[in-house]
Design a protein around this ligand. Structure first.
Ligand code: PMP
Length: 407
């Protein structure tokens, strides 16, 4: 699909885009925080509760069987999209954060003092804190791959840090704060040459380009539905089957068991072993509809169009005096983090919010990146395929007005 030609009809799929804020039409540029929801996804949730609501995997009755069927078909959609080997490798969670905690927990018994794990300096807090907690429990130590001014990882330093002691490497595919696309194939291959496992946080990649976990040979790949037009409260964890078989369960409860007695419990087969309790059934099914929706537009078309938005917005923003962009890698998604002179990001964010423009200000849950640049935070604009060029013009005009008011 040619997005430029169809932009109006795409925008019409998203009811929230016609919202007004203080009498101005909403310009939503905070897509890295969460993307907006198209009618087909909203309808899927409403349809579930109107026509399908029941608990899955347990009832013999019609509704339960139908809901189970659609829930499992959704698992198959994600397996196919990611090119995983089996639906046993797809676990539904409540989000990227939950998925990372589940994986970190899996190493509780195998990691020990003297072992090392490696994180990148570009991570979201949710790909730092669970691992720090793991280090506290096990005595393992964490090393950090440094970054440069462009917001890229220092791969020589990474190679130097790898050793037989390295057990896990965890890196995001795309930085949420800067948009940098990390060379994860290289990172994965090097880690594997030391038999270390690799978790890729794909929260900011899945909405923007196609990902093939088989080709990448990632051990774990995690992301959230709400970043690609799905609902909140659904995460997808891809993990190699052999690893999940060896992992202990993360949480105990119904559905994840084979047999329970007061003496002993045996666990269910994959994927149920990691999905205790009643899952977010409506949300999972709607996430599958969101996946169909973005695939209907085509991820290659999305990438091409968002690259154009990125380059137009970068040029336009550079016309603003004293504007400094953080994250200038050649390989980045449609995210621009910046500050203007020494004006506080929050002040600008508040003024342009009054004009109906939604951006994110602050540290973007990536404080180590802000520490590196010695700044408290940035203004971040992040585009989705439903944004248009007119919205970028509105952003730049609003920023110019804000600067005038604050200088
Ligand atoms: N990692 C990255 C790179 C993110 O952008 C986010 C969301 N901002 C997360 C992890 C956490 O995702 P969630 O809040 O959906 O668990």
């Amino acid at each position: 699909m040619d997005i430029k030609k169809n932009i109006e009809s795409i925008r019409n799929d998203f009811p929230i885009l016609s919202t007004s804020v203080n009498g101005n039409k909403l310009v939503y540029l905070d897509n890295a925080a969460t993307s907006q929801t198209p009618n087909c996804v909203i309808d899927s949730i409403s349809d579930y509760y109107k026509n399908l609501n029941s608990n899955i995997h347990r009832g013999v009755h019609f509704l339960s069987q139908k809901a189970t069927e659609i829930y499992e078909e959704t698992r198959f959609k994600f397996k196919k999209h990611l090119n995983a080997n089996s639906t046993k490798e797809i676990i539904f969670t409540s989000g990227t954060t939950h998925s990372i905690n589940l994986v970190a927990n899996g190493f509780n018994n195998s990691l020990k003092a003297g072992d090392e794990i490696i994180v990148s300096s570009l991570e979201h807090h949710s790909n730092i804190v669970p691992w720090q907690m793991l280090c506290e429990k096990t005595g393992a130590t964490m090393k950090v791959i440094p970054m440069n001014q462009e917001g890229e990882l220092n791969l020589n330093a990474y190679e130097d840090m790898l050793s037989k002691k390295t057990k896990i490497v965890f890196v995001n595919h795309v930085s949420n704060a800067l948009g940098t696309v990390n060379p994860i194939k290289f990172i994965i291959d090097k880690a594997h040459s030391f038999s270390a496992k690799v978790l890729i946080d794909g929260a900011q990649a899945i909405p923007h380009f196609k990902v093939d976990v088989n080709d990448l040979n990632a051990d774990f790949y995690v992301f959230s539905a709400h970043k690609f037009c799905g609902p909140t409260g659904v995460g997808i964890l891809y993990a190699k089957q052999s690893i999940l078989e060896d992992f202990p369960p993360y949480q105990g409860g119904g559905e994840m068991i084979d047999e329970v007695t007061f003496e002993k419990t045996t666990y269910a087969e994959l994927p149920n072993k990691f999905e205790p309790g009643t899952p977010n059934i409506a949300g999972v099914i709607a996430s599958g509809i969101a996946l169909d929706y973005i695939n209907g537009i085509g991820l290659d078309n999305i990438k091409k169009y968002e690259d154009e938005l990125l380059s137009y917005a970068t040029q336009k923003l550079k016309t603003i005096k004293n504007l400094k962009i953080y994250g200038t890698s050649q390989n980045k998604t449609s995210v621009i983090s910046f500050n203007i002179g020494d004006i506080h990001a929050y002040d600008i964010g508040s003024i342009i919010d009054n004009l109906g423009i939604a951006v994110r200000t602050g540290h973007h849950c990536a404080q180590p990146i802000m520490d590196y640049y010695k700044i408290p935070g940035t203004i971040r604009v992040s585009f989705c395929f439903y944004n248009n060029f007119d919205e970028i013009d509105k952003l730049v005009n609003a920023l110019n007005r804000a600067v005038k008011m604050l200088s």
